[in-house]
Design a protein around this ligand. Structure first.
Ligand code: AMP
Length: 503
C-alpha cells in the first residue's frame, strides 16, 4: 500500500497491508491500520466541524500516532501545527494564543497544561472540555488549503509561523518521490523532532513510496548502542539527519556497513555538510549513496539536491548543495555586481505563502517574481553552471547542532528579565561550525547582579533547551565598532580572554 498525495487516497494492495507503515517509539502500525486510523480521525474532524484553515495542534514526540495524525490532517484538508515535547509550556501557550487553536491531538502520555476546547488522545478518542468556538480564519489563499504551520525561531523574540499549503507539499512530494530514489522496500529512519521539517521529509517519502518509517525518541537515540541495534533490527535503509546528528555516531565502533548492511542512502539537510565528513562516511559505508539537500522551512523542506560522489569529494573542498528542484527558479541577488555570490532567492510553488500574521516581515522576505511566490533566504550562494554552492548566512541566524536559532530571539527574551538592562548574543565558531552560543548581559543594577543560573533558568522557561546559551556573561557595557554597531568580534575576544564580570 501507499498514499497518493495528489489524489489524497490510499492505493490498496492486499498482500502488503500487514507490512509496518510506522514503527513508533511506543508501538507499530501496519499499512492497513494506518488507513483505518486515518479514516477514524477524518470522521472525527468532520464531527467536530473544524473550519478550513483552523489549525489543530499535534503535540508529542516519536509515538506512532504522530505521523498518523499528520497524514489524517493532510487527508482531511485540516491545517496542523506540529509541536515536539522539547518546547517549553510558555512557547506552546504563546503559539496556541497566536493561532487561537481550539483542538489538540496529544500523542504523548503527558498533556501540556494549555487550555484547548477539544483534546484528542493518542488512541484518537476526543474529550470535549467546552464547545469549541472557532475564530474566523482570514486567508487570501482560499483556493489552496493551508496544510501546516511550523513555528521557527524569530529574531523579534516571537517564534514565527511558516505557512505551507497543500499544493506546496504536492510539489515537493512529486519531486522527491522520483529524484530521491527511494522505493517501497526502504525503511526510513526518523529521529528529528516533528516541529522541524527535516522530520517531515522521511514521513512524506515513506508514505508516498509505501515504505516503512521507524521513529526513535530522544531517549532511544541517547542509548547509542540500543539505537544502532534498533536500526539494524528494523533493517533501516535510509538515514536522514542533519550532519550534526551524524557526528554523534561517526566514531562509534558499531557504526559501519558491516553492522548496518541495509543502509543504502544517507540523506543530509539542515546545515552545511563538510567535505571531510563525507570522506569518513564513504570509508565506513562504501556502497551507500550520500545525498546533500538544501532548503529553508519557508520553501517546503528542501529545494536542491545532489549525490556527493567520490569525484565531488575530490574536486570540491566546499561541497555543492545541488541542483534546483524542477519547476523552481533560483536567483542570486548581488549587491556587488563584481562578486560571484549574493543572496539566494527561491521562486516556486513550494515557497510558503508567508509567516502567520506577520505582514511587515512578509513584505521584507516574500514577494512575487513573474507571478510566482519568492523568498529571500538570507543565504549567500553562487552558481557554477547550474550547480549551487552556499557560503553561509548574511544575518544573525545560526545552526547549533542542526537547530535553527535567531540569536536576537535569545537576547530579546533576556531583556524581559528584571535584572537585565540590555543583552546581545553571539555564536562562537570553529571554521563555519557554531560550537557555542554566548549571551552578554548588561545588568540593570550595579550591585545586585542576576546569576548565570538564574538567567539560564529564566530562558529555559520560554525557549527550547537547544536555544538556551552555553554561557551568560555579565558586562558593564558593549564594545562598538566604527559603524556604531555592537562589535561582536570584540565580544568574542573578551569572552575568550575571560574579560567579563562573572568570569
Ligand atoms: P531550516 O529552515 O531549519 O531548514 O534552516 C534552513 C537554513 O539552514 C538554510 O537557510 C541554510 O542557512 C541552512 N542549510 C540548510 N541546508 C543546508 C545545506 N545542505 N548546506 C548548507 N546550509 C544549509
Amino acid at each position: 500500500m501507499k498514499y497518493d498525495f495528489n489524489r489524497q487516497c490510499f492505493l490498496e494492495s492486499q498482500h502488503e497491508a500487514e507490512k509496518a507503515a510506522v514503527i513508533g517509539s511506543d508501538s507499530a502500525v501496519s499499512w492497513k491500520e494506518l488507513a483505518r486510523q486515518v479514516d477514524q480521525l477524518t470522521q472525527l474532524f468532520g464531527e467536530l466541524a473544524i473550519p478550513k484553515g483552523h489549525p489543530v495542534m499535534i503535540y508529542g514526540h516519536k509515538e506512532s500516532a504522530f505521523p498518523v495524525a499528520m497524514l489524517a490532517c493532510y487527508h482531511a484538508d485540516i491545517t496542523y501545527i506540529p509541536i515536539d515535547i522539547v518546547y517549553p509550556i510558555e512557547r506552546i501557550r504563546k503559539i496556541a494564543e497566536t493561532t487561537g487553536s481550539q483542538v489538540l491531538i496529544c500523542t504523548s502520555e503527558l498533556q501540556p497544561d494549555v487550555d484547548f476546547s477539544v483534546v484528542i488522545d493518542r488512541h484518537f478518542n476526543p474529550t470535549i472540555h467546552h464547545t469549541p468556538v472557532f475564530p474566523e480564519v482570514e486567508t487570501d489563499h482560499a483556493e489552496d488549503i493551508l496544510q501546516y504551520i511550523i513555528f521557527t525561531s524569530g529574531s523579534t523574540g516571537e517564534p514565527k509561523g511558516v505557512q505551507i499549503t497543500k499544493s506546496s507539499i504536492q510539489t515537493f512530494v512529486n519531486w522527491a518521490s522520483v529524484d530521491f530514489g527511494f522505493s517501497g522496500n526502504d525503511v526510513l529512519m526518523n529521529q528529528a523532532p516533528f516541529s522541524f521539517d527535516v522530520s517531515l521529509c522521511d514521513v512524506l517519502n515513506a508514505f508516498v513510496r509505501g515504505a516503512t518509517l521507524v521513529l526513535s525518541s530522544g531517549e532511544q537515540v541517547k542509548d547509542q548502542n540500543g539505537f544502532l541495534n534498533r536500526l539494524a533490527e528494523t533493517g533501516c535503509s535510509v538515514w536522514t539527519s542533519t550532519p550534526s546528528f551524524l557526528y554523534l555516531f561517526l566514531r562509534h565502533e558499531n557504526f559501519h556497513a558491516g553492522n548496518l548492511p541495509a543502509i543504502n542512502t544517507f540523506l543530509f539537510m539542515g546545515e552545511e555538510l563538510p567535505n571531510r565528513t563525507c570522506g569518513l562516511l564513504k570509508q565506513l559505508f562504501p556502497e551507500a549513496r550520500i545525498l546533500n539537500a538544501y532548503g529553508p522551512t519557508e520553501a517546503t523542506i528542501v529545494t536542491t539536491l545532489i549525490e556527493i560522489t567520490e569525484e565531488i569529494i575530490r574536486d570540491y573542498p566546499l561541497l555543492p548543495i545541488g541542483y534546483a528542484m524542477p519547476g523552481s527558479t533560483l536567483l542570486i541577488d548581488k549587491s556587488d555586481h563584481e562578486a560571484k555570490e549574493g543572496e539566494l532567492i527561491i521562486v516556486g510553488n513550494h515557497v510558503s505563502i508567508g509567516y502567520y500574521k506577520r505582514p511587515e516581515l512578509n513584505a521584507e522576505k516574500f514577494f512575487l517574481h513573474n507571478g510566482k511566490r519568492a523568498f529571500r533566504t538570507g543565504d549567500l550562494a553562487y552558481f557554477e553552471g547550474d550547480l549551487l554552492f552556499c557560503l553561509g548566512r548574511n544575518d544573525d541566524q545560526v545552526k547549533l547542532h542542526g537547530y535553527r536559532i535567531e540569536l536576537n530571539e535569545i537576547s530579546t527574551i533576556l531583556c524581559k528579565h528584571k535584572g537585565v538592562s540590555d543583552a546581545v548574543s553571539i555564536a562562537l565558531k570553529r571554521g563555519n561550525e557554531v560550537k557555542k552560543i554566548i549571551s552578554f548581559v548588561i545588568p540593570s543594577s550595579e550591585t545586585n547582579h542576576p546569576t548565570r543560573e538564574e538567567l539560564s533558568a529564566f530562558l529555559a522557561e520560554q525557549l527550547p533547551y537547544y536555544m538556551v546559551p552555553g554561557d551568560v556573561a555579565l558586562i558593564a557595557d558593549f564594545p562598538y565598532n566604527s559603524n556604531h554597531k555592537i562589535d561582536k568580534n570584540q565580544l568574542t575576544e573578551k569572552y575568550l580572554k575571560r574579560q567579563f564580570i562573572n568570569a
